[in-house]
Design a binder for this molecule. Structure first.
Ligand SMILES: [Zn+2]
Length: 290
């Protein structure tokens, strides 16, 4: 009898969990931290994938189909892959108002294009969507996740708020350490492949003087690469901050021609070895830059 009671208790507690689908690993990290035992998180993209172009595999459709709630990055980062996935999953719960949280609505965006003609490139028509790479934005995102989970599961709202407070306390200690570690970088200049690190750079007073992509989402061209060689020779930026998912061929060519340092950096949790959670993502990023 006792075993049956235990089984039933486990069965019902397992089913009482909220299943939250999230688009990217950094959102999973936040949701697991705030939700604790009460949520089951299903992550769609992997950390070393290009976040703009995720292949909507059948396994991802299943994850979306079984979810009670959905948390997205937003600002068009998922525009190429999540809407078709949601269509195919046909999850009526996610179609209901209020069951989806778009994190882009909870932080101020930068790099908002002045016109909507997509003249600034093929992606980022809403502004730069890579806002989680400013570590100062993470507490705002954590607030949003805790508020969302609390609205959807009021019985456990106090627990989510408690987890949020503990997380923010730890995070604020880390923020002070990172701010101190990054202080010597103020005023430096860098080149990126894609403007993925713009929020991080802005947070620490670093200037991105060029991207290897001529425009966001457009692959490098010979004429643009030639311009970059001249610019690097003139301005001597400290390094190329390169993501893990674009080919490093042009970056290596620029290094060969100019001697510039090429640093491949994680943009999300799990993008590189050692970046297993949100705090170690920033640890890895900052260590690699030094
Ligand atoms: Zn982007």
């Amino acid at each position: 009898m006792r075993l049956i009671a235990l089984f039933l208790a486990l069965f019902f507690s397992a089913h009482a969990k909220l299943t939250v689908a999230v688009s990217y690993p950094y959102i999973a990290s936040l949701t697991e931290t705030i939700g604790g035992e009460n949520v089951r998180v299903e992550t769609l993209a992997q950390g070393n994938w290009d976040p703009h172009f995720v292949v909507p595999k059948p396994s991802l459709i299943t994850k979306v189909r079984n979810a009670d709630l959905l948390i997205t990055n937003g600002a068009d980062l998922e525009i190429g892959w999540l809407p078709p996935l949601l269509n195919r999953a046909a999850n009526s719960s996610l179609a209901q108002r209020g069951n989806t949280l778009e994190l882009a609505k909870t932080v101020p965006l930068i790099d908002i294009p002045r016109d909507t003609s997509r003249a600034g490139g093929d992606v980022h028509a809403e502004g730069n969507p890579h806002f989680h790479l400013d570590p100062h934005n993470i507490p705002l995102l954590a607030d949003a996740v805790a508020g969302f989970l609390g609205r959807k599961d009021p019985a456990n709202a106090p627990l989510y708020q408690k987890n949020l407070a503990a997380f923010k306390q730890q995070w604020n200690t880390r923020l002070k350490q990172w701010d101190a570690q990054m202080a010597p970088f103020r005023g430096k200049e860098v080149v990126q492949y894609h403007p993925v690190f713009n929020y991080f750079l802005r947070a620490y007073g670093i200037r991105s003087v060029a991207t290897i992509e001529p425009l966001a989402g457009i692959p490098p061209s010979t004429s643009h690469t030639m311009k970059l060689i001249r610019l690097i020779q003139e301005r001597r930026p400290c390094c190329i901050m390169h993501d893990v998912y674009h080919p490093t061929k042009t970056g290596e060519f620029l290094r060969e021609k100019t001697g510039i340092r090429l640093v491949v950096l994680p943009h999300d949790v799990g993008a590189q070895k050692g970046s297993d959670d949100l705090a170690s993502l920033f640890d890895t990023l900052i260590q690699a830059l030094k």
